[in-house]
Design a protein around this ligand. Structure first.
Ligand code: BES
Ligand code: MN
Ligand code: ZN
Length: 494
């Protein structure tokens, strides 16, 4: 899929299809009105007949409209103008792109004349690109017969102004879309394909494509370093664990990097604390944090952002077996702190804590970990917002703002010390679980014990990284949030 910006008037735009909005009831958007004038009132006549009242979700495809350069005109229902906002805009773009799916249209122009409160044309372009890429995303690598890819190949935007930011927006949004597609592909692959070794190879491929430095630590390296916590999760599996380190250097050597640390459990059975059978297949998505680190690095490298980023990915399976870690076992983490593993299903924090300690060596300015960490986060925030925790208020504000800007939102939960006592252990320095109350917070509190040496935030994507049910699949979140955060950081410094 190619995205670009068009200039000129809508009636002169040459394409397989030009798309304009219609508000409820029966009111053409500014671009629609321009087309209507050019064709002598054809569109308004059709609207008057009642075929396109402007309801949200409706579309109407017209052919060979006189004196319009495009072969077709797609009218897109926008709903009431007074209610038209970010959500309605994104939904309308999605409906428009899907409406073209079973037509012969391969190149289309989307007019962006509708106003969304407090958002400029660069924002509309960014979101339209991401929504269109999402609508056209397919994952058919595991089907024996792949359907031929037909349909939309190029999508151009016709904004209502000629701001220079528009061109930057479309190239950056395309890079984010490419990053998200990588994140989704890796998430959607089954765990018998996407093993820790597969993720390491995916990182090597990414490094080759974008000139990143890559290093992968093996089990013996982890043993030498003393990563007893990470290794305790890998004990039950015959797939070797990997610790992937990727470095993107877009800024000067002396500039401290932002570190992104992603949970890469390629399948989470729960281990000896085995999970129940229903929906266990979805635990192949337990590496979506890792995949979002790879996707974000891809986006950042494609944009050539002037910033340094290091990605750190601990990856393993969590399996039960005769060699698996058992409840009550005590391990020594890389930090030297001992952990009583009361539940082997709380494994994400066990691999992240050693990766976080390892990250100290990169002298990071900021560390952000991304993890499908707790079922409790899904109960708290559902599938709308990711959970966010930080040991620094300015960093928390930056991440919340990036989520708002990117329409990939997070919500902050407290990291107060009062919750720490739930991790009490009679036998080790602390336990790896804190009981049922505030499960997402005690998981973050566990990680906080390993991140005292730097500015740190934790993003729990258990509810946002994938969808269940008929639409089952990875979402690519929070690549937009993370990328926006890095874009803002890069512009602040550069
Ligand atoms: N990967 C899961 C968290 C998860 C569960 C994400 C369901 C999305 C949907 C994590 O490793 C886990 O099992 N967490 C436990 C922690 C508990 C044992 C303290 C959980 O949330 O139940
Ligand atoms: Mn688990
Ligand atoms: Zn897990």
């Amino acid at each position: 899929m190619e995205f670009s910006i068009k200039t000129g008037t809508p009636e002169r735009a040459r394409a397989g299809c030009i798309m304009v909005g219609v508000y409820q009831a029966r009111k053409l958007s500014a671009a629609g009105a321009a087309l209507d004038r050019a064709c002598g009132g054809r569109l308004s006549a059709i609207i008057k007949r009642g075929d396109m009242p402007g309801h949200a979700g409706s579309t109407l495809l017209l052919h060979d409209v006189p004196r319009i350069a495009a072969e077709r005109v797609l009218l897109i229902g926008l709903g009431p103008e007074s209610e038209f906002g970010e959500r309605q805009f994104c939904a309308a773009v999605g409906h428009a792109v899907r409406a073209l799916a079973h037509t012969g249209v391969t190149d289309a122009v989307l007019c962006l004349s509708a106003r969304v409160k407090d958002r400029d044309s660069a924002w509309l372009i960014t979101q339209a690109t991401l929504v269109a890429a999402d609508a056209l995303y397919r994952f058919d690598r595991m089907k024996s017969k792949r359907k031929e890819r037909v349909g939309l190949r190029t999508l151009a935007f016709l904004p209502s102004n000629s701001a220079r930011a528009n061109a930057t927006a479309v190239t950056r949004a395309a890079a984010i879309a490419h990053g998200m597609a990588l994140t989704r592909d890796l998430g959607n692959l089954p765990s018998n394909v996407c093993t820790p070794t597969y993720l390491a190879n995916a990182a090597r491929t990414l490094a080759k494509e974008h000139k990143l430095a890559v290093q992968v630590l093996q089990r013996k390296d982890m043993e030498k370093l003393g990563m007893g916590s990470l290794l305790s999760v890998a004990r039950g599996s015959s797939e070797p664990p990997q610790l992937i380190v990727l470095r993107y250097n877009g800024a000067g050597r002396n500039e401290k990097p932002v570190a992104l640390v992603g949970k890469g459990v390629t399948f989470d059975t729960g281990g000896i604390s085995l999970k129940p059978a229903p929906e266990m297949d979805e635990m192949k998505f337990d590496m979506c944090g890792a995949a979002s680190v790879l996707g974000t690095l891809k986006a950042v490298a494609e944009m050539r952002l002037p910033i340094n980023v290091v990605g750190v990915i601990p990856t393993t399976e969590n399996m039960p077996s005769g060699t698996a870690t058992k409840p009550g076992d005590i391990v020594t983490s890389l930090s030297g702190q001992t952990i009583e593993i009361l539940n082997t299903d709380a494994e994400g924090r066990l691999i992240l804590c050693d990766a976080l300690t390892y990250t100290e060596r990169f002298k990071p300015d900021t560390v952000i970990d991304i993890a499908t960490l707790t079922g409790a986060c899904v109960i708290a925030l559902g599938h709308v917002a990711s959970g966010m925790f930080a040991n620094d208020d300015a960093l928390a504000r930056e991440l919340l703002a990036a989520g708002q800007e990117a329409h990939d939102r997070a919500w902050q939960l407290p990291l107060w010390d009062d919750y720490q006592e739930q991790l009490h252990s009679n036998f080790a320095d602390f336990a790896n679980i804190g009981g049922r109350p505030a499960g997402s917070i005690t998981a973050a509190c566990f990680l906080a014990r390993f991140t005292k040496k730097f500015r740190w935030a934790h993003i729990d994507i258990a509810g946002t990284a994938w969808k269940s049910g008929k639409q089952k699949g990875a979402t690519g979140r929070p690549v937009p949030l993370l990328t926006q955060f890095l874009i803002t950081r890069a512009s602040r410094r550069g």
